[in-house]
Design a protein around this ligand. Structure first.
Ligand SMILES: CC(C)(COP(=O)(O)OP(=O)(O)OC[C@H]1O[C@@H](n2cnc3c(N)ncnc32)[C@H](O)[C@@H]1OP(=O)(O)O)[C@@H](O)C(=O)NCCC(=O)NCCS
Length: 193
């Protein structure tokens, strides 16, 4: 099956998507992060905990509005194939920087962060990630963001290739702790000009 953007349903998530999102989230972590994230951490990921987490996130309109899901229209109830989550970077107010609170003022920089993008492993490389990105970018532009940043594990080569393909650049190195190990990360950015 080859899915093109026009055959993928992309819409804002609702609380009833919590179960499907949690399952995609865990399956994608286990497939993508094998030999990257400690195996015990992947083994211990718990679907029920994730469902509760996503139910909480999706019951809050302010956060739910920044989660888009991709569904397959050829299946019963448009079964979910992937999701993306994004939002404003929480900025620290300072004398010269009032953070992201003053939305959309002329000439003001507003940076968004891509918090998660996960496609069901059996549906990778069919264009679903690209379609979700197009919808995400459209919403970020409508919300007057001027740039977006994402943090990716340095060893997640598939994701880095994907981000470069949709226009992210730069490689600001960092470290994050997962499952008791320090993992190298790379921060990439895309400006909207
Ligand atoms: C990274 C990820 C979101 C990309 O989504 P995706 O749906 O696989 O991405 P796309 O299909 O749009 O593009 C990926 C590749 O498929 C190719 N492709 C797209 N449509 C295609 C089609 N119809 N037929 C064949 N190949 C296709 C693209 O050219 C691209 O090729 P490349 O990797 O050689 O550059 C997805 O692989 C994923 O969920 N990975 C695991 C989680 C993860 O790492 N998330 C990022 C966290 S920071």
């Amino acid at each position: 099956m080859s899915l093109q953007q026009k055959t993928i349903n992309i819409r804002t998530a609702t609380p009833t998507d919590a179960n499907a999102i949690a399952n995609i989230h865990v399956a994608a972590w286990r497939a993508a992060y094998i030999n990257i994230v400690p195996q015990h951490h992947l083994d211990n990921l718990n679907i029920d905990d994730r469902v509760k987490l996503w139910q909480r996130i999706l019951s809050t309109p302010a956060t739910a509005s920044s989660i888009l899901v991709a569904g397959d229209p050829n299946t019963k109830e448009s079964r979910l194939l992937g999701f993306v989550s994004f939002g404003a970077v929480a900025a620290t107010p300072s004398p010269g920087n009032k953070g992201n609170d003053e939305e959309g003022k002329e000439g003001q920089e507003r940076t968004a962060e891509l918090r998660a993008i996960y496609i069901s492993p059996q549906h990778w490389t069919k264009g679903i990630g690209q379609a979700l990105w197009k919808a995400t970018q459209q919403q970020l532009l409508e919300e007057k963001f001027t740039s977006v940043a994402v943090k990716v594990f340095a060893r997640n080569e598939r994701a880095m290739r994907y981000y470069r393909a949709v226009g992210f650049e730069g490689e600001e190195m960092g470290v994050t702790e997962v499952g008791g190990e320090s993992l190298d990360t790379v921060k990439m950015r895309k400006g909207f000009v």
